[in-house]
Design a protein around this ligand. Structure first.
Ligand code: BES
Ligand code: MN
Ligand code: ZN
Length: 496
């Protein structure tokens, strides 16, 4: 699929489907829209009347235009109240329009969102993101390509004067990252192994000139990463500690680290996940690593002025005669000892050593993303991720980036008192506290492995996967986190 930003007016575009994004303020039709209406012999007004279209966000309608016209179909999508339009309104509307055009078998789509009070470049970017992400279909594991039939091939963004293609390139780079993350999450654990994550990092490094370091088990041992290696021990698949680095040309303004939980499968270990636990979904337990690599792919193309380290301690949590036992004591690379009272709280063990590694790089900020706790899903549901931080400035920066990106986070407290639940008789701490506040104790556990670097922990267990089509998401991996991470890194260019 190709994007074009010719800046044409919808009045002189020709192609299969012209779809208009209309706010409530676009009615009654006036100006260009009234002119368009007369060009199509009143069909636009007829369509509006027929479906009682009011511009309500999410509403759509489409109709056939008679032969001889420039366009075959004319559609409308509602944007809601003009003052309430956000970037995500535009993404969702563009997604709805793209889905409509696909359903109507339109190879070329003209999108016109006239008379908005938004910056033209950001509007073009949001529209492109929504359309690309909605049209992304993952048929890698279907024996028959059910979507082999023609789909939308060309999208023309109309009525955005003064547009060059840079906003579309930005959208494409971001979507490349989101789609990579989606596909990594959707693929099963017999395909996406620690080795495959390392190879993916290698491909990004080679394609875009990033530095890559893969630490093998022995090298991790030498660094004292006992917590991470305890988790990896029972798997036949070797662990891969991934460290990918983007360096800007010239002196970096800031040094940042992004750390993603990379459990390619989480069986629970000897505290094995039982029936009804969702064990068959635990291929998604590398959603944090997927977002990290997705962000790397986008950032490598967007070339911000910050240096960014992308890190994942990738492993598989399995069972065998060599598995770590409930009750074993592990020593992490900062010397702290952990009594593993539950082998299913494995993500925090891998993150412990990854966070210590990240801090040793001397970065200005660390953000980790992890499908860490079922408790976070209980607290916030499937669509909202948990945000934990004791650094107001960094928490604010991530929250702002998330808002622009259209991803939902909710701040949860790092209630120090709850660390009592992790007290161990024999070691420095246990890895698991009581069930109540389970995502908070998980965050407090991670905190033991970060000294003084500003740090945000994002619990993304819910939103990395969706069962239903919604907005620009399709069933499967969502690529959640990539857009927030990219937006955050880009925002450092101006904040520095
Ligand atoms: N990977 C899971 C968390 C998870 C659950 C992610 C559901 C996505 C969907 C994590 O490793 C885990 O097993 N957490 C346990 C922690 C418990 C043993 C303290 C949980 O949430 O039950
Ligand atoms: Mn687990
Ligand atoms: Zn897990």
């Amino acid at each position: 699929m190709e994007f074009h930003a010719p800046g044409n007016s919808c009045l002189d575009w020709s192609g299969d489907a012209l779809i208009l994004g209309l706010s409530e303020a676009a009615l009654p039709l006036s100006g260009t829209l009234a002119e368009l209406n007369s060009q199509v012999a009143g069909l636009l007004q007829e369509l509006i009347d027929e479906v009682e279209f009011t511009g309500k966000a999410g509403s759509t309608a489409i109709t056939r235009v008679g032969t001889g016209a420039n366009i075959r179909k004319l559609g409308i999508v509602g944007l809601g109240a003009i003052d309430a339009i956000t970037g995500d309104t535009l993404r969702r509307a563009a997604a709805a329009a793209a889905r409509l055009a696909k359903k109507e078998k339109c190879a070329s789509l003209g999108l016109s969102f006239p008379n908005l009070q938004h910056d033209a470049a950001l509007t073009a970017q949001a529209i492109a993101e929504g359309a690309i992400l909605a049209l992304h279909q993952d048929n890698r594991f279907k024996s028959e390509d059910k979507n082999g039939k023609p789909t939308v091939e060309h999208i023309h963004i109309l009525d955005l004067a003064g547009q060059d293609s840079s906003s579309l390139q930005t959208a494409q780079a971001i979507c490349d990252g989101v789609i990579l993350a989606r596909e990594l999450v959707s693929a099963p654990a017999n395909i996406v192994t620690p080795e495959l994550l390392a190879q993916t990092a290698q491909e990004i490094a080679s394609a875009h000139g990033l530095e890559l370091e893969i630490l093998e088990r022995e090298q991790c041992e030498a660094l004292g990463m006992g917590a991470y290696l305890g988790v990896a021990r029972a798997s036949d698949l070797p662990p891969k500690f991934i460290h990918l680095t983007y360096k800007p040309t010239g002196t970096p303004t800031r040094k940042l680290a992004i750390v993603g939980k990379g459990l390619t499968f989480d069986s629970g270990g000897l505290n094995i996940k039982g029936a009804g636990s969702g064990i068959e979904m635990m291929k998604i337990d590398m959603g944090g690593a997927a977002a990290t690599l997705g962000a790397a792919k986008a950032i490598a193309q967007l070339k911000p002025s910050a240096e960014v380290h992308f890190i994942s301690a990738a492993a598989e949590n399995m069972i065998s005669g060599n598995a770590m036992r409930p009750g074993d004591i592990l020593t992490a690379s900062n010397g702290k000892t952990i009594e593993v009272n539950n082998t299913d709280a494995e993500g925090r063990l891998t993150l412990a050593d990854a966070l210590v590694f990240a801090e040793k790089l001397g970065v200005d900020a660390i953000v980790d993303l992890a499908t860490l706790t079922g408790a976070c899903i209980i607290a916030l549901g499937d669509d909202i991720a948990g945000l934990f931080s004791e650094n107001e400035e960094l928490a604010e920066a991530i929250a702002t980036a998330a808002k622009t990106a259209g991803e939902k986070f909710w701040r949860l407290p790092m209630e120090e008192k709850y660390f009592d639940g992790l007290k161990s008789i024999v070691a420095d701490m246990k890895n698991t506290g009581p069930r109540p506040g389970g995502s908070i104790t998980a965050a407090l556990f991670l905190k033991q492995f970060v000294n003084s670097t500003p740090w945000v922990h994002l619990d993304v267990a819910g939103p990395v996967w969706t069962e239903k089509e919604s907005g620009y998401n399709n069933p499967g991996g969502t690529g959640f986190g990539v857009r927030t991470l990219v937006q955050w890194v880009l925002s450092q260019d101006t904040a520095a």
